[in-house]
Ligand binder design. Structure first.
Ligand SMILES: O=C(O)CCC(=O)C(=O)O
Ligand SMILES: [Fe+2]
Length: 244
């Protein structure tokens, strides 16, 4: 059954349509620090992941019944400029749970997400990251239906530790992630993107006729793989080339 999604609000549509070029000067403000943990770049690619193993995860996710994907929980704390509805057609499967207490403006919310038991998916992800499983604080699959969208937000619940959070496409799809003040991320399959989703407002849309599937995750701060730290230092200048 095809469900009709509510189109983005005018506010969100404006974010998608807006030309960020006139804001590029803000890039000069980025603290291009020496230490990778505090360096404040928006998105840095980590390259060279195994495409076949990625595809196995993707194909399995496609075969999983839609009902196994759940609506993404309220993990985003709204800034004052962020309005409801926050998303349409956005669902997730939690592969590794995220044990945390979310500190809101008004309350502390217990956010001990349960992992959705799917042993095969866990196994495929373990194979994809053979040495890293215990280093993940959490791991999730995020699916976006055709015409789905997420309104502009910052994920202010995540730690302000530059190397922890990543976003990774599981198949080839057109640009989907727009980050202020850079623009649309020209992502490439096979890359993992370390993403400072706390500092930089961003929004997502899927203009395709197919579900869009990505993997997101977070490393424990003191367990970020050395390979990631090294690649970050090598690739940090590349962030300038990947916006459209
Ligand atoms: O691509 C997605 O589905 C979500 C991206 C996002 O907002 C995030 O990772 O913080
Ligand atoms: Fe986000």
């Amino acid at each position: 059954m095809v469900t009709r999604l509510i189109p983005p609000t005018a506010f969100t549509q404006q974010f998608f349509d807006m030309d960020f070029e006139s804001y590029q000067y803000l890039l000069d403000d980025l603290i291009d620090g020496d230490h990778p943990a505090t360096c404040d770049l928006p998105v840095v690619p980590i390259e060279g992941f195994d495409l076949d193993a990625l595809d196995r995860i993707y194909q399995y996710c496609r075969s999983v019944c839609s009902g196994d994907f759940k609506t993404v929980k309220s993990q985003i704390m709204y800034s004052d400029w962020c309005f409801q509805p926050r998303s349409q057609g956005w669902t997730e499967i939690v592969i590794k749970a995220q044990p945390m207490l979310m500190k809101g403006r008004d309350s502390n919310l217990d956010y001990n997400l349960e992992a959705d038991a799917d042993n095969h998916l866990v196994e495929l992800c373990r194979q994809f990251f053979p040495d890293w499983w215990d280093r993940f604080f959490c791991l999730k699959i995020l699916k976006m239906a055709p015409d789905g969208w997420v309104n502009p937000h910052r994920d202010i619940y995540v730690d302000n530790f530059r190397l922890c959070n990543f976003w990774m496409p599981l198949h080839d799809f057109p640009t989907t992630l727009k980050v202020f003040p850079m623009g649309w991320l020209a992502h490439r399959l096979g890359n993992m993107y370390l993403f400072n989703q706390r500092r930089f407002p961003h929004a997502v849309k899927n203009s395709e006729q197919e579900d869009r599937i990505v993997l997101i995750g977070k490393f424990y701060q003191d367990l970020v793989p050395q390979q990631i730290v090294e690649q970050f230092l090598i690739n940090k200048k590349k962030h300038l080339q990947q916006w459209q």
